[in-house]
Write a protein that binds this ligand. Structure first.
Ligand code: SF4
Length: 250
């Protein structure tokens, strides 16, 4: 499936505009039961992300260009063979909404009969709006309160974008979950509690706390993290009696 000698030839025959809008794929998981709730799925890892989160565990997917990526046509050919065997295809990353070709790729996948999931950090709210009507489920990462985003992402203004994406998602009818990655140093207990309250106040119904994969982090000095200290008491207090569902994903 990885692009080989045939891909550049195929690429050379395509108009430049079409090539620019083709999805850049950095990786593919052929079967997973944990990336789309309740469905067997394949995951397409989109190449490129504008942020540099200290705990990012996909550093190979951050650059916009990659020499050893997958050709989108090959991914489609694989998916055609999986009709009837897989329920869904998840676009993950990197950051899928970085790419101009995302909507077209989603449409092609829908035409094959798959449900479509999207993992996003909300980096590009406008593109998120464009694809929301095309997807069945979204997992949106919210990393911190807006003003605290740059400490994690390294990018000024990233919090405004992510929280606008949250607002847009919450006002849509698309099924979703909001994911918060927990690391004691980046999101200490008090901040986590305030963040959860803020998410609930914004109208978030399902929040998933996930442990930071600190041992694979982009910033090797980030240190150890675990979810062990997240207690039921903290979750109850954070939810503040409102109807948010809080799950912990180890
Ligand atoms: S937004 Fe996601 S892919 Fe991008 S740097 Fe952060 S964790 Fe990595």
């Amino acid at each position: 499936m990885r692009s080989g000698a045939t891909s550049p030839n195929r690429a050379a025959r395509r108009p430049a505009e079409e090539l620019m809008s083709r999805l850049k794929v950095g990786g593919l998981t052929r079967l997973t039961s944990i990336d789309y709730p309740g469905e067997l799925a394949a995951v397409v890892y989109c190449q490129g992300c504008p942020w540099r989160c200290r705990y990012c565990h996909n550093p190979d997917l951050l650059s916009r260009q990659r020499g050893d990526g997958y050709d989108w046509d090959d991914v489609l050919a694989f998916l055609k063979q999986r009709r009837g065997l897989l329920d869904a295809v998840v676009f993950s990353g990197g950051e899928p909404t970085l790419q101009a070709g995302l909507a077209d790729a989603i449409i092609e996948v829908r035409e094959l009969g798959f449900k479509v999931g999207l993992h996003s950090a909300g980096c590009y709210p406008r593109r998120l709006v464009d694809v929301l009507p095309l997807v069945d489920w979204v997992g949106l990462d919210i990393k911190a309160s807006p003003e605290r985003y740059p400490a994690t992402t390294g990018v000024a203004g990233s919090g405004k974008r992510a929280w606008l994406s949250l607002e847009l998602l919450l006002s849509s009818s698309v099924r979703h979950e909001v994911r918060v990655t927990v690391h004691d140093a980046l999101l200490p207990r008090g901040q986590l509690s305030r963040l959860l309250n803020r998410l609930v106040e914004a109208g978030t119904q399902l929040i998933v706390l996930q442990a930071c994969r600190w041992h694979e982090a982009l910033d090797g000095g980030i240190g150890r993290a675990s979810c062990d200290w997240i207690t039921t008491e903290l979750l109850d207090q954070a939810a503040n009696g409102q109807p948010a569902q809080l799950l912990v994903r180890p």
